[in-house]
Design a protein around this ligand. Structure first.
Ligand SMILES: C[S@@+](CC[C@H](N)C(=O)[O-])C[C@H]1O[C@@H](n2cnc3c(N)ncnc32)[C@H](O)[C@@H]1O
Length: 397
């Protein structure tokens, strides 16, 4: 064995045993095969207070995690370095090491001193605290949808989408306590489109929150359903399916715990809200889009300050529609908040309606909400909105 190889083997074992190991990346497999890993990342992780090594194997666009104890991790890394991969990047608390194997198996090892920045190991399961789904760590659905490059870095042009996805999963995280604490969480995504956020929901429950989840993505477009079903097959995901259909006609096969409707067009949002309420869904998240219903009904002389200007008429109608939706959800038994989804720089459709089914102990203000709604509709001289009509039809108001 050459001295460089010996040195690398020693470095692996000593740094793990004395706690100075920070991370290792093994790439450029010596023998390529379709089902073998193309890269393996190793880092220390704390699991139930015990220090272990997490091995992340990238196979195609899929990623498999395995936590092993120190001795096993040392043995595996020594094997990766000597037999399986040509390039090794190894980081300790005070240095970065690069090892390269030639085709003949000769090893060169170089060392670069680093500062004390790496002196404390990052053993958290989320390295990048800022995002629940971090940049720099390969995430299969983000790679499959072109948001990340295969090495786990967000593509510059996709950063706005990446931030939106992360903002969205924060909303999901914040409602987890209102979902069943055990068993499989059942989700429907109305008007899922290209389904970045549907896949993000699946990823969040499975990989971030460690819960079982079953998701149906519904869209009336066959092409997007075909594309999304292709991604499911490519990534080998289970418990996520896509189907073609109209929101107003969808009948779930089981109790739905979380209903999402993001940027579904115009009154499709109302159909989604009404359906979710009628099933007694625990949590509803909706980001409305292109609210035209009220704009066409609102007589111009009712609100001349707005209606003399087309753009203000549109915006006023959209805001009034969402205010009425929030109120109707309150009337139908949901604690409702309207929140900023993501700042205007990235999308103009930035209001998120969050509705959480009221429990018996919650304070009920339904009477006041009904009075407010009546007064508002009277003031605008408008007939009941589609959501109101549907909720009344279902006997839910
Ligand atoms: C703007 S895209 C939004 C996609 C995705 N939810 C997102 O936020 O990225 C709206 C999607 O809703 C679908 N859609 C609109 N009305 C629908 C309806 N009534 N039934 C089913 N799908 C509908 C459209 O086909 C489209 O794919």
């Amino acid at each position: 064995m050459s001295s460089a190889k010996e040195k690398l083997y020693l470095l692996i074992s000593e740094s793990v045993l004395n706690g100075t190991f920070r991370k290792a990346v093994f790439s450029k497999p010596m023998h390529k095969s379709a089902d073998g890993p193309i890269r393996i990342d190793v880092r220390p992780v704390a699991v139930k207070g015990r220090l272990m090594l997490q091995l992340t194997r990238r196979i195609g666009v899929q990623e498999r995690h395995e936590n092993v104890d120190g001795d096993d991790g040392i043995a595996q890394m020594q094997q990766f370095a000597g037999l399986a991969f040509r390039d090794v990047h190894f980081q300790t608390s005070d240095a970065e090491w690069t090892a390269r194997y030639s085709k003949k198996g000769n090893c060169t090892l170089t060392k670069r001193e680093t500062t004390a920045a790496q002196s404390v190991p990052d053993t958290s399961h989320n390295k990048n605290r800022k995002y629940l789904i971090p940049d720099g760590q390969p995430c299969p659905f983000l790679i499959a949808t072109g948001i990340m490059s295969p090495d786990g870095h967000v593509r510059a042009k996709q950063y706005a989408k990446f931030r939106q996805i992360n903002r969205y999963v924060e909303f999901i995280r914040d409602v987890v306590d209102h979902l069943p604490g055990e068993g499989t969480i059942s989700v429907v995504d109305f008007g899922c489109g290209k389904s970045y956020l549907t896949f993000a929901t699946h990823y969040f429950f499975r990989n971030v929150s460690g819960r079982d989840v079953r998701i149906t993505g519904l869209d009336r477009r066959q092409d997007v359903v075909d594309t999304c079903s292709g991604i499911v097959r490519e990534l080998g995901l289970d418990n996520i399916r896509f189907s073609v259909g109209d929101i107003a006609e969808f009948q779930p096969a089981e109790q739905i715990h979380l209903a999402i409707s993001l940027h579904a067009c115009d009154t499709a949002t109302d159909d989604a809200l009404a359906a979710a309420v009628s099933w007694g869904t625990d949590v509803i998240l909706a980001v409305p889009c292109c609210q035209h219903e009220l704009a066409s009904q609102l007589q111009k002389d009712r609100q001349p300050l707005f209606s003399d200007h087309g753009i203000l008429h549109e915006k006023f109608s959209s805001l009034a529609t969402d205010a009425m939706r929030a109120n109707l959800l309150e009337c139908a038994g949901y604690n409702t908040r309207v929140m900023e989804f993501i700042d205007m720089e990235h999308t103009a459709k930035n209001l998120l309606i969050r509705a959480v089914k009221r429990t018996n102990s919650d304070i009920v203000t339904t009477g006041r909400n009904r009075d407010q709604m009546q007064a508002f509709c009277h003031q605008l001289a408008i007939p009941p909105l589609r959501l109101q009509q549907k909720l009344e039809e279902y006997g839910l108001l």
